[in-house]
Design a binder for this molecule. Sequence first.
Ligand code: SAM
Length: 246
Amino acid sequence: MKQTIVSDFYDLMIDRKMFSCKKNLQFKLNSLFANVKLAEKRVLDVGGGSGLLSFYAAAKGAKKVICLEPEFAGSTSGIINKFYDLRKSFPASLPVELRTLTLQEHLEEAAAEMYDVVIMHNSINHLNEEAAIHLLKNDNCYKAYLTIFEKVFRIMKKGGVLIVTDCSCKNFFNDIGVKNLLAPSLEWHKHQKPGTWIKLFKAAGFKNSTVKWLTPNRLGKPGIFLLGNSLMAYMTASYFKVTIVK
Ligand SMILES: C[S@@+](CC[C@H](N)C(=O)[O-])C[C@H]1O[C@@H](n2cnc3c(N)ncnc32)[C@H](O)[C@@H]1O
């Protein structure tokens, strides 16, 4: 039964043109959730957009998935409607719920130790863009993010995993002031290095961090071999994944 839902998930995502092809999407999701179990887990998808990761987590057997999508900074207009449209294509029993709240609002209402897995997929720098820009230069900005992460720590179970993806500002094209054709619309000044986020997570109580440099899905495993290191990431899109544990 679960396998059918996973297979329906892939068919739907390709059918709705949310991803180029099944093989690339499988590669992406396997990279993102490597060593993270979703079955029977409670999952929070922060700034989850149209819910691709939330639906995947539920299809993989998560007990409950909350997708937070306030349609704020960094979002595409109409994304909430897109979520609801997709929701109708899955069985009503699939435990995915959209909350149109910011993370900051959800943190005020969520009980302690609720989540096993928290995902911030390309949303971390949008949580407070002004603070993300001045994180290293301004104490109040640093504290604004630290406060968010301390509250995220509170709502996670012991042993729970936080997964974060974003582009690092440390990029060759950003450094020489030339448009990066792999990420032409990226506002580099709104991004931080993975190490900067890890320092903050650790200050909030998290431990055992790992950093992976993500490579184009279409290149599959050879792509990891050729490009999945800090130097090649610096020369390309500097797209990273951090995992860290409560
Ligand atoms: C670049 S999009 C990423 C969407 C999706 N996770 C993806 O990777 O396709 C960033 C998302 O973060 C959301 N967002 C912005 N501020 C937020 C906040 N304070 N709390 C939760 N989500 C927020 C935006 O509405 C937007 O959908």
